[in-house]
Every structure is written in structure tokens, then in C-alpha cells.
Design a binder for this molecule. Structure first.
Ligand code: GRG
Length: 289
């Protein structure tokens, strides 16, 4: 069966938006208003779409996958709110709108981030277990916690903000990207497959796919950052693309995407959507991801 990736993604995105809005209830408190503002104000929904595509490729029902997909998106949104705070990246805008702390103040932004992270695990606790296998569900939940936690994304964030600007060590950039950005992307690809009870070699291949796709996602953001207009006084922080230069960075981006494709091929995972994600991140693409 051939699937039109754009159509599939648009429909899945609509269902995700509905599910996300249903979790962000009731709307009666300032903290929830800040949570809703941040989550429901746009975003590509890349990580939850990846989880859905991976799970559906192996036959899982969307009903089973949606809570896990939403939990990942809430964790991602918490990280963006906290990343934008003055004591971290100090960004006034997110997704073309005032960032959460600009709109609601720092205290509410901090609490909205905390609220989203906590809500993600409330959703996971209430989520159905695949085939009533609670052991598998515990494993998926633990992997999500590890990817987000102090050995994963939080560690990556610290590596990023404490980075010595004179450091030109490529391995250090890669470690930061792996933890800060690739971890959630990797666990999205893996969780979908685990929820569908995919064979072990497919799960391992999706882990590799998610790793390279996540690295590519960060490098592509670094490449775009080279061209980004900066506000007066806003410093340019050296990133991997700046250290490598445009040509070498574009080549590395293609190499990583190629490795992601090889991971799919080695396990015979013939998914138009998972391949579409790779193509969307190619350096010369005007893409939506
Ligand atoms: C605060 C613990 C903590 C972690 C923050 C993700 C992150 C870690 C910081 C965001 C900074 C950043 C620009 C990271 C590069 C990866 C990236 C491009 C993130 C933005 O994700 P998208 O593009 O955002 O998926 P949307 O808006 O589409 O959801």
C-alpha cells in the first residue's frame, strides 16, 4: 500500500492536536493557561509523529500510541519553555510568538514547564499497556524518563550552556547533540516500535535510525543558525556547523542521513513516512521539519 506522507502527517497532526488539547484541561488556572499557550501555539510535532509512524508501521493502533506520543511532545515543550528562560538561552520568541516567560512572566513559565513534565508522566501512568504487557510499558516509560532526564536531555542542556566557546572538539559537539536533541528523537522511534511489539532487530535498527536522524536534526538547526538574524547584543554561539564550515557540515548532514537510511534497510523497514523524515532533513531541502 502506498501512503502519501504529506497527507498521512497532516491527518496524524490533527489528531495529535486534539489529543494534546484534551490533556491540557481544565483551563481554569494561570499555570494551565501558560501550558496551553506554549503547547497549542504551533510546533511541528516531529517527535510524536515519529512515534506514531514507527508504531503504525509495525501495526500498532493509533489509540495505543497517542498517549505516548503526547507525553513526548509535552516533555519537548517543557524543555523549550525552560530553555528560553533568561537564565538559560534567554529567548524572547518561540515559534514566532513571545516566549512563555515573555507572555506570562518567569515564575509562571518555570511552573508551566514543571507542569508539562509532570503531566507527561501522569499520562504515561494512565496509558494502556501494549498487549496488557506492563513489563513492556514500564520499559518504555523508563526509556523515556532516561532520555529526558539527568543522564539524557538535561545533561545535554548543561553541556550546551557550559560549553567552552574555544572548544573545537567535534566529539564534544556530538555528545551534546546526542543527549540534548537526539535522545528524545531516538526514544520516539524506539517507543513506537516497542509498543507495536516489533522484532528486536527492528527495534535496534530504529534506535540507530533515531540516533542519526536526531544528530542530523541538530546539525540542520546549526546550519540554519548560521544564517539567522541576530538581535543587537545577541552573541553567536559556536556550533558544529560553524566549526566545520558550510560545505563540510552539509556533507556530514548527508552522511548522517545516509546512515539513518542504512539502519532502516538493514532491518528491511520499508516505511514511506520514516524515509520521508530523512528526505526532509537533507541540506538542500526547503523543508517543513
Ligand atoms: C531545558 C532540560 C532542558 C532542555 C532543553 C531541546 C532543548 C533542550 C533546547 C532547545 C534548543 C534547541 C534550539 C535545540 C536544538 C534542537 C531543536 C531544533 C529544538 C527545537 O525543536 P523543534 O524544531 O521545535 O522540533 P518545534 O517548535 O517544531 O516543536
Amino acid at each position: 500500500m502506498t501512503v502519501n506522507p504529506e497527507r498521512y502527517l497532516e491527518q496524524a497532526r490533527n489528531r495529535l492536536e486534539q489529543a494534546l488539547a484534551s490533556y491540557l484541561q481544565p483551563e481554569d488556572s494561570p499555570v494551565m493557561a501558560a501550558m496551553r499557550y506554549s503547547v497549542l501555539g504551533g510546533g511541528k510535532r516531529f517527535r510524536p509523529l515519529l512515534l506514531l509512524a514507527s508504531g503504525q508501521h509495525f501495526g500498532a493502533a493509533e489509540e495505543l500510541l497517542l498517549p505516548y506520543a503526547c507525553a513526548l511532545e509535552l516533555i519537548h515543550n517543557y524543555s523549550l519553555i525552560h530553555d528560553d528562560l533568561p537564565l538559560m538561552d534567554n529567548d524572547d520568541f518561540r515559534r514566532g510568538q513571545p516566549s512563555c516567560h515573555k507572555k506570562f512572566g518567569e515564575a509562571l513559565a518555570l511552573l508551566a514547564g514543571d507542569g508539562l513534565l509532570t503531566l507527561a508522566f501522569e499520562i504515561l501512568a494512565a496509558a494502556p499497556a501494549p498487549g496488557h504487557c506492563y513489563q513492556l510499558k514500564d520499559r518504555i516509560t523508563a526509556e523515556i524518563a532516561m532520555a529526558a532526564g539527568a543522564r539524557g536531555m538535561i545533561a545535554g542542556q548543561w553541556l550546551d550552556i557550559s560549553f567552552n566557546p574555544d572548544n573545537r572538539d567535534l566529539a564534544a559537539f556530538e555528545e551534546t547533540a546526542l543527549k540534548k536533541t537526539a535522545g528524545l528523537i531516538r526514544v520516539a522511534a524506539v517507543s513506537g516500535a516497542r509498543l507495536a511489539a516489533a522484532p528486536a532487530e527492528a527495534v535496534a535498527a530504529l534506535d540507530g535510525y533515531g540516533r542519526y536522524l536526531g544528530l542530523a536534526f541538530q546539525l540542520r538547526d546549526d546550519l540554519q543558525d548560521l544564517d539567522r538574524d541576530r538581535l543587537p547584543g545577541q552573541a553567536f554561539r559556536p556550533n558544529l556547523a560553524a566549526v566545520l564550515g558550510l560545505k563540510a557540515a552539509s556533507k556530514l548532514l548527508s552522511d548522517w542521513l545516509n546512515l539513518a537510511l542504512q539502519e532502516l534497510r538493514r532491518a528491511d523497514i520499508d516505511s514511506e513516512i520514516l524515509t520521508f523524515f530523512i528526505n526532509q532533513l537533507q541540506p538542500d531541502r526547503e523543508n517543513q521539519l
